[in-house]
Structures are given as C-alpha cells and as structure tokens.
Design a protein. Structure first.
Length: 270
C-alpha cells in the first residue's frame, strides 16, 4: 500500500460537504449509468436490494453523509473519508469500527474504464449497497478485527481473503452466476469476464486455498471463488480469529499456489 497515486482526496468542509466539480459529477453520471445497465442481470439480489435502499444519485457524486445515513439505519456502518491510499493498519482499524474507508476522489475521464486504486465510485457503487446486508457487514467487520493484530507477513495472506470475497466474490446460484464482489460490480469488463468467460477458473471457496492463491491487481482475474449465497459469509465469520490465523500459518508453511497469470514485467532503470 505504499504505491504512489496521482489522485488527491478532496477534503470536506465543516459541515461534511465535499464540493465536486461539474466534470467530476459528469464522470459519476457516466460511470453509474453505464454500470447499472451492465450489472442489471448479473448482480446478486442482496446487492440489488441495497442499491434500492441507497438510491444513489445519478446526476452527481453522492455526499458521504447521504450514504452513511442509510448504512447506519440498516447495519450500523458509516462511510469514512480517507486519502487516496491508506496503510493496512488504518484499513483494518476502520473496518473493525464499522467505518468503511472511502477515498474522496473520482477517476479522471482518461481512466474511465480501469483504475488500480479504489475511487469513490468503486467504494460507493461497488461496496456500499452490500454493506446494508447484515451478513456482509458482519463479515467485513470481523475481517477488520482479524487483521488488527496480524503481522505484516500474515496480512499479505489475509489480503487474499478480502480480495476473493469482498472484492472479487461470485455466487453460484440456481439462477446462474451472480456477483457480490465490488471489484467486479464497479467494472464493465470484469463483470462480463467474471460471469461469461470460458477461460477463467471458478471454484467453490475454501479458506486455505484462498489464502494460498496469488493475484494481481492490474489484470482481469483468472480465478474466482464462489459461495452459494451472501449469508454463507456468516459461516466464514464464525471461525475463531485463532482458527483463521492457524490457517494463515498453514498457508505460509505450504506456500502459495502456482500463479495463473504471467509475472509482471519489472522495468529496469538504467
């Protein structure tokens, strides 16, 4: 999380209000209009219900207080404005306190289709609807508590658990594949790739396997792990923290699975 970013989060005024420009509101409008159509048939029911509850504006970037009001009323969560990038320690602490970190910037138009760092569209549109769901909210809180006292090495393994559930989780339902991961829900190309591609691997979620599966943030995912329903996260959450950490130690001892993607090229500086 020490990666540099060109984006700077906006600071709210004394009333918690963030001033967005006409261009930024226009980018939000384009992003949400496009993505609502894209996920209409592919988002899970829990996401759709949360989306109705939030009733996000289509013509402007929402204010965090608007979103927090609904989250507090449903699951006791709230949005917390943060810089464009935060460290693991701050991230885990916020989640453990039922505060969802939202970087208060929106991508520029030249990065409309893909952005490595999470912006306000990714966080609000991708994740917040599901934070109205008690199972998802409880799991996210438990994950934060799990990471608080983990070592730097253990957090690398725990990051995979978040990646393959909260960010890139799929549901294998009687109606077909449905999406609950925010990294998929906020991306048109990943939405199609995750649900339609015949070359990706989709496996039933097993915690030890997830902890051992490497990933890259700058490519379409070659593997997804599935649950049957969002409430299955309750079973993952019911594991004692000590149990999960034992699995982390086991994963460290066994080593990571072979990568299903090419190694990232490292540019040499002459």
């Amino acid at each position: 999380m020490g990666k540099a970013t060109k984006y700077i989060s906006k600071v709210a005024d004394e009333n918690g209000y963030i001033q967005w420009t006409d261009e930024e509101n226009s980018v939000w409008q384009e992003l949400i209009s496009r993505q609502l159509k894209c996920v209409e048939e592919k988002a899970c029911d829990e996401y759709k219900l949360g989306s109705k509850l939030l009733n996000l504006p289509k013509d402007r970037v929402p204010q965090l207080d608007e979103v927090s009001k609904v989250l507090k009323e449903t699951t006791g969560w709230q949005c917390e404005p943060v810089p464009a990038l935060i460290g693991f320690g701050a991230f885990f602490k916020l989640l453990s306190e039922k505060k969802f970190p939202v970087a208060t910037f929106i991508r520029s138009r030249d990065e409309l289709d893909y952005l490595q760092e999470p912006d306000i569209f990714h966080e609000i549109f991708g994740h917040c609807p599901l934070l109205t769901n008690q199972s998802f909210a409880d799991y996210t809180e438990a994950y934060g508590k799990m990471g608080l006292n983990a070592t730097k090495e253990q957090r690398v393994f725990l990051a995979r658990l978040y990646w393959f559930t909260v960010e890139f989780g799929l549901l294998d339902t009687p109606e077909g594949l449905k999406i609950y991961g925010g990294g998929i829900l906020s991306s048109p190309s990943e939405t199609h790739h995750a649900t339609e591609s015949e070359i990706v691997v989709r496996e039933k979620l097993n915690i030890l396997d997830v902890l051992r599966t490497p990933y890259r943030i700058d490519i379409m995912q070659p593997i997804y792990y599935t649950l049957e329903k969002v409430s299955d996260l309750d079973e993952l959450r019911k594991h004692e923290i000590s149990e999960i950490m034992e699995m982390v130690e086991q994963a460290q001892a066994l080593g990571i699975h072979p990568a299903r993607f090419p190694a990232k090229e490292i540019k040499k500086v002459s």
